[in-house]
Design a binder for this molecule. Structure first.
Ligand SMILES: *Cc1c(COP(=O)(O)O)cnc(C)c1O
Length: 847
């Protein structure tokens, strides 16, 4: 980058002349409509058609007769947008006027899913829009299918953020969701010769009607350079950071509508821009690549989402992304949201920044820098303020997933922040020494700075030291967090640690995804459940009503048929619509144990082809997988290959025709989840106990009437407790048993030797039966299972097969199964993200 950072193209209010184009808030007018929105007339079909055609003609610049599906989709989206706009503007005005505390949700990921359907639901325009489109000769489903979902997240963590902002809007809690507007979201997965191939997700290429750029709120972010400490006139030490280079953060606003309550909150996602588009002198000299180099470097920051899930990426660009978005967000709130004369000693009364995992933790030294270097606070006072303004959510138990940044890199990119972190650490370690004199081992263990293998900053420790509260995401996880991940910290500050069990939004994952079930629920218990999910309890008596069970089964069957049709059209898969639908969808990760599911399938197939079990005795099942693997996670990609290879052979073998089929539709995302989950009979939640922090997929399934087969892990524990043991298929080692086996020494090959069925299953896999005789192709997975098996798949194999036999037996009694499924729905209201938000408000935010 250039040494002399060019002045950014930001027009501030201090612009000395009037002939510059002003971006800042420049005009005031006394027009009667100046301070309130023009309200869209109450929706009617006629009005909707007229607005839609107007958007098509005047917004898209085309005629209905000439328009493409994309034109129509964009015009429909802009029509729906109009019905939200007045509420959005009014919510903004109301939020500015009241002095209520705001939740600043800081998350590097938001896995939003499609917007059109959700916004039609929020505005209660679904039916009007459908009829209006029919009048125009348009099938609204085709337009919905045109939307590319914003895949600005990897999986559970990003989807959680999306559920949380939905709930806060529905509860009318002031919230700004802060994140990154990645130009390319999570890659699109395709399969070639059964192997995952990643295709860039250019989700913005056909236009995005849901975002609003706000150049008047852009922010300048600095990187690199050096710091200098001087003493000012009052004898106080002042630090100045002279950065090397800067980028502009351009905010894009997204509507976050509450459910039919007139509230629309804001999601503010940052896009990186160069301070200067290009260097005209260099351009004129003919070196075009050099002329745009600075621009490319700057804009790379928000170019692409790192496709890693549960494993951190220690890359410089990743750190740039993290600092970029939190620096923009803090600046946005302190300088552009609070009144200019706001007394920052009261900052915590107006904001709580919730750190969604460690990705935004660099916000802590950034706030210290703002307070001390820019606003002139003394260190201690700044620290007091900072501690009250942050809370931290930990999302993992895997030690390898805890983010650590090398001090060398951090110091090079953010020299002032590294100094601040060192000082925070010094003062913290003093506190530890005072509490535990003479225990230097403890001091070293708790230090925010690790010294080996290189000097590095432990971001989870920094978050824990600074945050007012630290929470895990399910009861078991929070307990293990206290006992295993951060035991020294929980002993020092027991009151700092708390739990908030995750949840999912019932709007998207029940009402929108499962219209048939929703209509049945509403007919039966009224529609209050959509915003008060505990009301599902009222369904319990209907579990014993044969007529209701019949209706419930009809809903499930119709959902299965919808899915079968979709997978035929989308993936060319031919699936029997009557079989039990056994679904495992989530990121591909060893700890989640997709291989255990695969071994189950192979063992069933093996039973039949070896003649041990007559095909007629096998419960017809369709196994569905959905999973993306991080592109650099080689073993995960081998597992994907093997699932596809097994699917090919099982689906083509007449010996199991009509009994076993395996589907692995590519590109599992929110849109596909909305189709798959409502159709599922069985939910696979089979992680090794003590490894899955919570899971939220498990909640979506239970709420849609699937029964769970699962380990005692994450939120499975709470699901089982609530729905009841008889309605949940528990298997496998508990977390203490896993610990004990680890301590004893686990030898997977010994398990293999001792269980003939496991041996036969693995031998069939290893023989190359599923890979055209190619034994090499299966070796990476098979060898790993036999010689390493870090997540104890073989150790839980027997228990898993036994539990699956119980599943078969239960499924043979449709009435008992439906009863259990209904009770799963009725007793899962606790897993609404509305409840999670209430818990955050009560235990952490006090907003
Ligand atoms: C809910 C969801 C997840 C999280 O699933 P888990 O089973 O909890 O890991 C991941 N991806 C998508 C698309 C989801 O909707």
């Amino acid at each position: 980058m250039t040494d002399t950072a060019p002045r950014p193209a930001v027009m501030s209010d201090e612009s000395p002349t009037t002939d510059v184009r002003r971006i800042g808030p420049a005009f005031r007018t006394s027009h009667p409509l100046a301070s309130g929105p023009v309200v869209q007339p109450a929706p009617t079909v006629d009005g909707f058609v007229e607005t839609f055609l107007g958007e098509l003609n005047y917004g898209q610049g085309t005629l209905l007769s000439q328009s493409t599906v994309n034109d129509q989709y964009l015009a429909l989206a802009r029509t729906v947008r109009r019905y939200l706009m007045a509420d959005w503007l009014e919510t903004g005005t109301r939020r500015r006027q009241t002095q209520q505390k705001t939740v600043g949700y800081l998350s590097a990921e938001y896995l939003l899913g499609r917007q059109l359907g959700n916004n039609l639901l929020a505005t209660n325009l679904q039916d009007i829009a459908q009829v209006a489109m029919e009048r125009c000769g348009i099938d609204i489903a085709t337009l919905r299918a045109q939307e590319v979902e914003p895949g600005l997240g990897n999986g559970g963590l990003g989807r959680l953020a999306a559920c949380f902002v939905d709930s806060l809007a529905t509860m009318d809690v002031p919230c700004i969701g802060y994140g990154i507007r990645y130009e390319y979201g999570i890659f699109r997965q395709t399969f070639e010769a059964d192997r995952q191939v990643e295709v860039p997700d250019s989700w913005l290429s056909l236009g995005n009607p849901w975002e609003f750029p706000h150049p008047e709120r852009q922010v300048l972010v600095s990187f690199g350079g050096s710091t200098e400490t001087t003493t000012d006139a009052d004898g106080r030490e002042r630090c100045t950071w002279t950065p090397d280079w800067q980028v502009i953060g351009m905010p894009y606003h997204y509507m976050v509508p509450g459910h039919r309550n007139g509230v629309v909150n804001t999601l503010r996602l940052w896009s990186a821009r160069a301070t200067q588009a290009f260097d005209l002198q260099i351009f004129n000299s003919g070196d075009y690549a050099q002329a745009v180099r600075a621009q490319t470097t700057a804009e790379n920051i928000s170019k692409v989402l790192y496709p890693e899930d549960s494993t951190p990426q220690g890359k410089e660009l990743r750190l740039q992304q993290q600092y970029f978005f939190v620096a923009c967000s803090l600046h946005d709130f302190i300088d552009n949201t609070l009144p200019a004369d706001f007394d920052l000693r009261r900052l915590h009364q107006r904001i709580i920044f919730q750190l969604n995992d460690t990705h935004p933790v660099i916000a802590i030294p950034e706030l210290m820098r703002i307070l001390v270097d820019r606003k002139g606070f003394a260190w201690d006072e700044a620290w007091e303020i900072t501690q009250k303004c942050f809370a931290y959510t930990c999302h993992t138990l895997l030690p390898e997933a805890l983010e650590v940044w090398s001090a060398e890199l951090l110091g090079r990119l953010l020299p002032r922040h590294l100094e601040i972190i060192y000082r925070i650490n010094e003062e913290f370690l003093e506190e530890v020494r005072e509490a535990h004199p003479g225990d230097e081992m403890l001091v070293r263990r708790m230090s925010i700075i690790a010294e080996h293998p290189e000097r590095a900053v432990r971001m989870a420790y920094l978050a824990t030291v600074a945050a007012s509260k630290v929470n895990g995401v399910a009861e078991l996880h929070s307990q293990l967090l206290r006992d295993k991940v951060l035991p020294d910290f929980s002993r020092l500050w027991p009151e700092k640690f708390t739990n908030v069990t995750n949840g999912v939004t019932p709007r998207r994952f029940v009402r929108l995804a499962n219209r048939r079930l929703s209509d049945l629920l509403t007919e039966t218990i009224g529609d209050g459940w959509v915003t008060d999910l505990d009301r599902l309890r009222e369904l319990e008596p209907y579990a014993d009503d044969a007529g209701f069970r019949e209706q419930f089964r009809a809903v499930k069957q119709a959902n299965k048929e919808r899915l079968t049709t979709l997978l035929r059209v989308r993936d060319g898969l031919e699936l029997p619509p009557e079989a039990m639908l056994d679904v495992m969808v989530k990121r591909l990760h060893e700890y989640k144990r997709q291989t255990l599911k695969l071994l189950h399938i192979v063992s069933l197939y093996d039973d039949v082809v070896s003649g041990r079990v007559p095909a007629e005795q096998v419960t017809p099942r369709t196994f569905v997988f959905g999973a993306k693997a991080a592109p650099g996670y080689h073993l995960a990609k081998e597992i994907i290959f093997l699932i596809n290879a097994v699917a090919d052979v099982v689906n083509a073998d007449p010996a199991v025709a009509g009994r076993l089929s395996v589907a692995f539709p590519a590109n599992y995302n929110v849109t596909l989840a909305e189709k798959l989950i409502p159709a599922a009979d069985l939910s696979e939640q089979i992680s090794l106990a003590g490894k899955e922090a919570s899971g939220t997929g498990n909640m979506k399934f239970a709420l849609n009437g699937a029964l769970t087969i699962g380990t005692d892990d994450g939120a499975n524990v709470e699901i089982r407790r609530l729905v009841g043991d008889e309605h949940f298929f528990l298997f496998g080692m508990t977390e203490p048993e896993v610990e004990e086996l680890t301590a004893r020494g686990y030898t997977p090959s010994a398990v293999y030797e001792s269980d003939p069925q496991l041996r036969s299953t693995i031998d069939l896999l290893a023989s190359g039966h599923f890979t055209g005789g190619d034994r090499q192709a299966v070796a990476p997975v098979v060898d790993n299972l036999l010689h390493q098996d870090s997540f104890m798949v073989l150790a839980d194999f027997r228990a898993y097969l036994d539990a699956q036999a119980r599943v078969d037996a239960a499924y043979a009694d449709p009435d008992a199964w439906s009863r259990s499924a209904i009770l799963n729905v009725a007793r899962s209201g606790y897993f609404s993200s509305d409840r999670s938000m209430r818990d955050y408000l009560e235990r952490i935010w006090h907003a």
